[in-house]
Design a protein around this ligand. Sequence first.
Ligand code: SF4
Length: 192
Amino acid sequence: MKKGKILLHICCGPCTLYPLKVLRQEGLEIQGYFFNPNIHPYQEFRRRIRALERVAKLKELPVIYEKDYGLRSFLRRVVFREDKRCEQCYLLRLEQAVKKALALRAEAFTTTLLYSRYQGHNLIKEIAEDLSFRYKVPFLYRDFRVGWEEGQKEAQSLDIYRQPYCGCIFSEQERYDKRWRKKRKEVKDEPF
Ligand code: SF4
């Protein structure tokens, strides 16, 4: 791939550290992009933005932030398909990212979602590849999960806020409500 600006869709501060390091080691110029209407409630949304702002400052990473709280649009997207919501969630965020990459004339796009051990990695890859084909913007695939521990340790040592649940209000309930956690585990092929 031609060396140039890469649009990195960012889900949160801690998940940025390892992918950013790897991509920079490859000699790529990274433009961060925060677009996550899936993060609820509002105070948590703000907290994650603040954590990323700290990471961006420490790592001198330019980031474009979409700071409008997207609760309503997200819920409209997943209502009546809550058990399959992650697919819609990935599509919503990655489609916005590919459009941004196109607008910025980036060489390619990728996402920090590929770093998490708790996301549907293959599903994310599939959706991004499909978007890449549709929008004619190369998708830069890396399995950042290999650096999971390294990234977590760095986030801890930098004292970056690490969230206890994925993002949406459903995942918050599954995190804290034992009955829901069990129910969710019974739904096959889902990341959470
Ligand atoms: S669990 Fe995470 S990936 Fe799935 S819909 Fe909620 S925020 Fe999105």
